[in-house]
Design a protein around this ligand. Structure first.
Ligand code: SF4
Ligand code: SF4
Length: 178
């Protein structure tokens, strides 16, 4: 059927696309709807999570008896024997070089009387302590006085410490480290 026969009242030059315009308007409405939908979807979407990686800590201690650090790096073969014998799981394996590390704020060294970690080390990266257990020197504790609540009466660290190296100074109500 020709256009003229379907619409006899129209002139042959009247080529207005009646159905085409309807379709166009319909499509436009659908398209607008989809755009609004996409906008809302993106607006409400959570921002992509950045991949979290644990920061590498450098504030570790070596196990008791460790030789100086440069020699330790030469001698320690990262065999993990000291890690395996530690009864308190105090020694962590470094994520960087698999050598032993201790983070006292995570799990402290309990300074075992028989020091099995030292006995397990065959490379002399950890050397025997030839004296009283108090000769073990892994580092010196420091008190963060900004965070310490000793002025408010806390002395939990003093009461748990096995020696008298950490004391409460009652004149100033601060913790001191010998
Ligand atoms: S002394 Fe004991 S607690 Fe400390 S690292 Fe050695 S085995 Fe572990
Ligand atoms: S036992 Fe000795 S060589 Fe082995 S990981 Fe421990 S410190 Fe290193």
């Amino acid at each position: 059927m020709s256009f003229m026969s379907r619409f006899p009242g129209r002139k042959s030059t009247d080529t207005e696309p009646v159905y085409g315009r309807r379709n166009f308007l319909k499509q436009s409405a659908v398209s607008l709807g989809m755009t609004v939908h996409e906008f809302i979807k993106h607006r409400d979407a959570k921002p992509p999570q950045e991949e979290q990686t644990d920061p590498v800590r450098t504030d570790w201690l070596r196990p008791p008896g460790a030789v100086n650090e440069s020699l330790f790096l030469e001698r320690c073969t990262a065999c993990g024997d000291c890690v395996d014998v530690c009864p308190h799981d105090s020694i962590q394996v470094s994520k960087q070089d698999e050598r032993p590390e201790i983070f006292p704020d995570h799990t402290p060294c309990y300074v075992c009387e028989d020091l099995p970690c030292i006995g397990a080390c065959e490379t002399e990266a950890l050397l025997p302590i030839n004296g009283p257990i108090t000769d073990v020197n892994m580092g010196i504790a420091r008190v963060n006085h900004r965070l310490c609540t000793a002025p408010a009466g806390c002395n939990a660290c003093v009461s748990k410490f096995p020696t008298e190296a950490i004391q409460m100074d009652f004149s100033s109500f601060t913790i001191t480290v010998d």
